[in-house]
Write a protein that binds this ligand. Structure first.
Ligand SMILES: NC(=O)c1ccc[n+]([C@@H]2O[C@H](COP(=O)([O-])OP(=O)(O)OC[C@H]3O[C@@H](n4cnc5c(N)ncnc54)[C@H](O)[C@@H]3O)[C@@H](O)[C@H]2O)c1
Length: 312
């Protein structure tokens, strides 16, 4: 495989840091751009060159000038649906304008390939059927979903206009080691942390809402394949919807947690049931999810056990 210089935005975050580790392992030169709003220096691979800045800053151009990347893998984002509802302008500034800045720089500095992390769990809204494939109409129900889709459309426009090569990966609910348990997203990390600390996890609404939970290691492999081939948008999910109540039960079993969840009012602007058909990704890029949900959750609990001190 040809060694390349890869800019990973959001490389100090959950998914981004796993990508960086894998790129480094494969011998690529990695440059991370992250403003550390939700990312952490402790996630950062020491072999990566780090720029502590926001993708919204004009100075990002200097990074392109100096590093001359062949690949841009864009994972920096405002990631919270709830925050996007509270502050849609901020969401758009990071997720639309910030992304457009990187796309525009990629065009002018001759980047060979742009990989973008979109959200299959939100951009389709309530799908007409599940598992949902890429041919279903997009129907964003939140500013976050809309900003992700707008960025996708800019990429498609740049492909048509300037022949910019890109792959958009539309993720389901990604879970695994290093996911931040402090935010409002990332139900697996939030539940595990609460259970290991002996607190009752909060479930919004009935808990019957379903998501397609996909392991971060499988998401990383999709990104590695997307560096070599593919064009356009691909779902990345298992094709199976799992309810929040089921996740609670599985994690309860693994952690030996004793109590029930507490319920909270359902959140607005959220999709009720979704799972993603990833046939296109399998067919065109040869992707195959390798980790079962039960094994992936057990690995994630092991990781959090090693980082959280349980009270008893
Ligand atoms: N985790 C999921 O289930 C999921 C699902 C669909 C899509 N995604 C997308 O994947 C990407 C990574 O998400 P994650 O779950 O790893 O979240 P994360 O919060 O761990 O990672 C985001 C990273 O981007 C950085 N960042 C935020 N704003 C920035 C800015 N303006 N400039 C530079 N860096 C900035 C943060 O500090 C963080 O390190 C995001 O684009 C997210 O929308 C995630």
């Amino acid at each position: 495989m040809r060694q390349r210089t890869v800019v990973v935005t959001g490389g100090a975050g959950f998914i981004g840091s796993h990508l960086v580790d894998r790129y480094v392992e494969l011998g690529h030169r990695v440059v991370v751009v992250d403003d550390l709003t939700t990312g952490h220096l402790r996630n950062l691979n020491k072999a990566a060159k780090f720029y502590h800045t926001s993708v919204t800053q004009p100075a990002v151009e200097e990074i392109f000038q100096r590093e001359q990347p062949q690949v841009v893998n864009h994972h920096a984002a405002q990631i919270s649906v709830a925050d996007s509802v509270r502050d849609p302008l901020k969401d758009a500034a990071i997720n639309i304008q910030g992304t457009l800045r990187l796309i525009e720089l990629s065009r002018s500095y001759g980047v060979e390939r742009f990989i973008f992390s979109s959200s299959g769990g939100t951009i389709y809204g309530e799908p007409e059927y599940t598992p949902c494939d890429e041919s279903q109409p997009v129907n964003p129900l939140s500013p976050y979903a809309l900003s992700k889709f707008a960025a996708e459309e800019y990429l498609e426009l740049y492909r048509k206009t300037y022949r910019l090569n890109y792959v958009t990966l539309r993720y389901g609910n990604v879970y695994g080691p290093r996911q931040d348990p402090h935010g409002e997203a990332g139900v697996v990390a939030i539940f595990i942390k609460a259970m290991l600390e002996g607190r009752q996890p909060r479930v919004f609404g009935s808990g019957d809402q379903e998501r397609d939970f996909v392991a971060v290691s499988d998401v990383v492999e999709a990104n590695m394949l997307a560096m070599e081939k593919g064009s356009g948008a691909y779902n990345v999910g298992t094709g199976v919807g799992t309810s929040i109540n089921r996740i609670f039960e599985i994690l309860k079993g693994i952690t030996k947690y004793k109590w029930n969840q507490v319920t909270a009012p359902a959140r607005r602007n959220e999709v009720f049931k979704i799972s993603l058909d990833s046939s296109r990704l399998r067919r065109e890029l040869g992707w195959e999810p390798a980790l079962s949900l039960e094994d992936g959750l057990a690995d994630t609990v092991d990781y959090f056990r090693s980082t959280i001190r349980s009270p008893g």
